[in-house]
Ligand binder design. Structure first.
Ligand SMILES: *Cc1c(COP(=O)(O)O)cnc(C)c1O
Length: 394
């Protein structure tokens, strides 16, 4: 096949769709007023803001007054977790339950709370990439303030038993937050039916713009102000609203929710064909449950190679993917997610995540399946680690 450009890193971010760009543009140029102003150019910006809120609420099964717009998923996670923690601490509840493979927006928030004196229980994640409901229930104590478990993991795509976790939390009277940044638009969400008290989402993960997200917070939960100032977001998050961004997020979310089933079918087929093809590479391992995962998520390890070298070679071939490991302070740490599901360091190093959106095609899968095996074997031919593996020393 001739070289092509394949963007397969949609879990990192997505391209803003043309439909969303078109919906946003008038709010930069024509309806540029401040939504808080009383004259018509301001009022013209207020109405779409409230329409956007209603649109987001409808996609989640929430009420419009339960939706707060934020600057993204990280902010929504921080607000939900710190907000509930600080509120519950007043009642002497200072214990939080989460899992070992959360996004850093959650894990680092929990680190901060620990330094403030909160106690955090991080549940184990099993080899299939799933948290167990029984473990959540066992960890709940009389002083538990909050359970926060992600809906779908951003690296291995595994979808957690969120409605069941929600039910257990409800039974014990504990608040439940979920970082649903990867799940929203890919998995049907109904916050009431699934017993979710707080939920974070982010526009740029479903073909909306970057720098805008939302927090759903169930009516009746006391959520402290995030930013003091004007009366925006019911006084809880002051600052002139990002009208184009909020409109863009809401349109992108509606588009995603309207097409969820057909996309799931198409992407699952592509994903499974990719997994099947790549599994023919010797000493390769699929990470996470093969079925309970996001439709567009592929994550595999290839023994004897480094994820970074694989990414560079894929990039050279025109393929954008990602690897779990992050280069921190000069040393290469394997992904905390892959370690949490029990992979040994040396295998976790050779990981590759490819994530599809509806902009990908079957031809993209063909091209990846042509390039990937060649690249893996050329890297292995230069790898002393691979020699050790096949000579049976490892
Ligand atoms: C991307 C992501 C975030 C962060 O969202 P931003 O809008 O980039 O701040 C948080 N959690 C998960 C699971 C994500 O995938």
């Amino acid at each position: 096949m001739t070289k092509r450009f394949v963007y397969a890193d949609n879990a990192a971010t997505t391209q803003v769709s043309q439909h969303v760009v078109d919906a946003m543009l008038p709010y930069f140029t024509k309806y540029y007023g401040n939504p808080s102003s009383l004259y018509s150019v301001g009022r013209e910006a207020k109405k779409p803001l409230e329409e956007a809120r209603a649109r987001v609420a409808e996609c989640l099964g929430a009420l419009p007054q339960e939706i707060y717009f934020t600057s993204g998923g990280s902010e929504a996670d921080n607000w939900a977790i710190k907000g509930v923690a600080h509120e519950m601490a007043k009642k002497g509840k200072k214990h939080i339950i989460s899992s070992k493979f959360e996004h850093h927006a959650v894990l680092h928030t929990l680190d901060t709370l620990q330094k403030e004196g909160f106690e955090v229980t991080l549940l184990d994640v099993y080899h299939d990439g799933l948290v167990r409901v029984e473990d959540v229930e066992k960890a709940i104590r009389p002083d538990t303030a909050l359970v926060t478990i992600m809906y779908a993991n951003n690296e291995i795509g595994t979808i957690q038993p969120i409605p069941d976790i929600g039910a257990v939390c409800k039974k014990h009277g504990v608040l439940f937050h979920t970082d649903a940044v990867q799940a929203v638009g890919n998995v049907e969400i109904d916050v009431k039916a699934q017993n979710i008290d707080l939920l974070s989402l982010s526009g740029h993960k479903f073909h909306g713009p970057k720098g805008v997200g939302a927090l759903y917070c169930r009516k009746g939960i006391r959520l402290p102000n995030l930013i003091d100032g004007g009366a925006q977001e019911r006084g809880k998050r002051a600052g002139t609203e990002n009208v184009p961004g909020i409109v863009g997020l809401s349109v992108a979310l509606k588009d995603a929710c309207d097409t969820i089933e057909e996309r799931r079918e198409r992407l699952t087929k592509m994903r499974d064909r990719l997994i099947e093809g790549a599994s023919k590479i010797e000493r390769s391992h699929l990470n996470g449950d093969p079925v309970k995962r996001l439709p567009g998520n592929f994550n595999m390890c290839f023994e004897g190679i480094e994820g970074e070298s694989l990414l560079l070679k894929l990039d050279f071939a025109g393929i954008c993917g990602s690897s779990g490991s992050a280069c921190t302070s000069g040393s290469l740490d394997p992904s905390h997610v892959l370690l949490a599901i029990g992979l040994p360091h040396e295998i976790a190093h050779g990981s590759l995540r490819l994530s599809f959106s509806d902009q990908n095609t079957e031809e993209d899968v063909d091209y990846i399946l042509e390039q990937l095996p060649q690249i893996v074997s050329s890297l292995r031919s230069m790898s002393p680690l691979w020699d050790e593996i096949i000579n049976g020393k490892k």
